[in-house]
Design a binder for this molecule. Structure first.
Ligand SMILES: Cc1cc2nc3c(=O)[nH]c(=O)nc-3n(C[C@H](O)[C@H](O)[C@H](O)COP(=O)(O)OP(=O)(O)OC[C@H]3O[C@@H](n4cnc5c(N)ncnc54)[C@H](O)[C@@H]3O)c2cc1C
Length: 531
């Protein structure tokens, strides 16, 4: 099979493709695979030198780390929608390794709460920690599954034309909006959960980036349900996601180019007709699909006149960028088994059980306690790691890091941002290491390499303007608005990926499927089930 090509080496691309996809994230790749399997020739243009969007990996010394995939739910469950979707776009080339009974472990001071897989088992486990709140836990579980049942019609509306969607809106959106329009905190309080229980149940809030007082309950519920039957990790690391989809595109004559930055979407007579590359080359195709995120697409890739005509600024005012993060990438010169690294992720919190307060305090007083530290042990999750990187292991520690702390260096080059920037990073790294050593004292002295990414890294490599992790923030307002949908107001221009559905590998992949459904005029979920 052909390898992917760098645009810089092969800039003369003819305009003979059926569709151009801007960005090679899981949203863009899954869409491109669906179109390819329907016989279309698709050109995927990726600005980074490594393809895959947040599924890409990077290497240093003897190590490799994923950047945006630590665990995915439901992919390991034969016959489930996400499992089938991956099977469809990869022709079964991708394998997943399950993480085991405990997928997340919440740590509040000295107290530990395990998230165990299985609906019943999860509820029972929570009741064992909070026996006096059994009713609230049952009500919570019911609410999660009610949201789950409302998601498909809600997102289906996004694949329709705005006019038809508007007519169908009460039927398709109202059930979801009952929960989506409210914050997680208000729903959980109404269900009778105590502040402690709320803090534990929302212990995965880093997976969507907003504490309970700010997040939409629909996002919380979808995420909680997504992992309710455990988590899995791609065998061979997260780059195997891209590698396993690529042949589906190439088999139909399509191609992915890296270092291929699109600078503008070409509009003629009000319709999208192609793209202009950063070097000025213009490539034309009947359909243009952006996987580059809503803010990039509408604010940076459309010609000024078009933006003004569509009143884009006005439409986007009620959407906010999601949180940004810092990640400490750690390498150790011993295998995960020798260091007793678990497959489960740790979520480490201050012991006051108040995520909203902790986040607010941290934003005001960065020198205080971290409001959360998420710790993932990727090499322990990947059964293939030892074959590729023998006698080593990797760890990632993530925390929130607001973009404005790093903004003063946004115009300086990567690795050349000076000592003040390095000192800011060092301070954060030190705090993260202390948390890690508190949980795993045996790691002290075994760390061979560490490097911290900042929101500027996310901006530099993934092109999110504020270094945001999850595209558009998952507030109630995001779910109320109808502007972000598959069809843009410009004929032949479409959106895909996490800003169409939700953040997460599953959400962005579902976004790809929705966009494919619109373009191919077929219900791709049905196609996937029947394949
Ligand atoms: C730190 C972190 C941890 C995460 N952990 C998990 C997890 O454990 N499980 C999970 O399910 N999800 C996780 N996620 C979320 C998940 O990775 C994302 O929601 C998902 O991958 C987004 O996919 P996408 O296709 O929408 O966009 P992306 O993956 O962001 O892809 C967009 C692509 O467009 C390219 N692009 C942008 N502008 C241009 C341009 N002008 N020209 C050409 N190309 C362009 C970008 O370079 C990028 O490659 C995590 C994310 C982060 C950041």
């Amino acid at each position: 099979m052909k390898k992917i090509l760098s645009y810089k080496q092969r800039p003369q691309i003819t305009s003979s493709y059926d569709a151009i996809v801007i960005g090679s994230g899981i949203g863009g790749m899954s869409l491109a695979a669906c179109l390819s399997k329907a016989g279309k020739r698709v050109l995927v243009l990726e600005r980074h030198y490594t393809p895959g969007g947040f599924t890409h990996v990077f290497k240093r010394k003897h190590y490799e780390w994923d950047v945006g995939v630590h665990y995915v739910g439901d992919v390991h469950r034969e016959g489930k929608l996400l499992n089938r979707m991956f099977h469809y776009i990869t022709d079964g080339r991708l394998e997943w390794a399950e993480m085991g009974e405990v997928y997340d472990r919440m740590v509040f001071g000295e107290e530990v709460y395990d998230f165990v897989k299985g609906r019943e088992a999860f509820a029972e486990q929570m009741k064992s920690y909070f026996p006096e709140e059994a009713h609230a836990i049952d009500a919570y579980m019911q609410a999660i599954y009610q949201v789950q049942r409302a998601t498909k019609p809600y997102f289906l509306e996004k694949a329709m034309s705005p006019g038809l969607g508007w007519v169908m809106s009460p039927l398709l959106r109202n059930k979801m909006m009952k929960y989506a329009a409210r914050t997680t905190l208000s729903v959980l309080q109404e269900l009778g959960c105590s502040p402690r229980l709320i803090a534990v149940l929302t212990g995965q809030f880093g997976d969507y980036g907003l504490p309970p007082g700010q997040s939409s309950f629909a996002m919380h519920a979808m995420l909680a349900k997504h992992y309710m039957n455990g988590g899995a990790y791609p065998v061979g690391g997260s780059s195997s996601i891209f590698d396993s989809i690529l042949p589906s595109i190439q088999q139909a004559g399509g191609q992915v180019y890296t270092r291929a930055e699109v600078s503008q979407i070409l509009i003629e007579k009000g319709r999208a007709v192609g793209v202009r590359m950063q070097d000025g080359q213009e490539i034309y195709a009947p359909k243009i699909i952006s996987n580059a995120g809503a803010f990039n697409t509408y604010l940076n890739l459309l010609p000024e006149a078009c933006k003004q005509k569509l009143n884009v600024d006005q439409h986007l005012t009620s959407y906010e960028p999601s949180a940004s993060h810092a990640c400490l990438y750690i390498g150790c010169r011993q295998p995960a088994s020798a260091l007793q690294l678990p497959k489960a992720n740790y979520w480490v919190y201050p012991d006051n059980y108040d995520h909203d307060l902790n986040v607010a305090r941290y934003l005001q007083k960065p020198e205080g306690e971290l409001p959360l530290a998420y710790i993932s042990f990727p090499s322990a999750k990947d059964p293939d790691w030892e074959n590729r990187y023998p006698n080593t292991s990797t760890i990632q520690v993530i925390t929130l890091a607001p973009y404005h702390w790093f903004a003063p260096w946004e115009h300086q080059k990567w690795k050349k941002r000076g000592s003040e920037y390095e000192a800011l990073k060092e301070g954060l790294s030190e705090k993260m290491l202390q948390i890690l050593f508190r949980l795993h004292p045996n790691l002290n002295g075994h760390i061979d390499y560490h490097e911290l990414s900042s929101p500027l890294s996310t901006r530099h490599f993934s092109n999110y303007p504020q270094g945001e992790i999850y595209g558009v923030s998952h507030t109630p307002q995001r779910f109320k608005n109808r502007f972000l949908r598959v069809k843009t107001p410009i004929p032949n221009l479409y959106l895909t990926g996490q800003d169409v559905v939700t953040a997460g590998i599953g959400g962005a992949l579902f976004g790809g499927m929705l966009t494919a459904s619109t373009l191919l005029k077929k219900n791709m979920l049905k196609v996937v089930y029947e394949s």
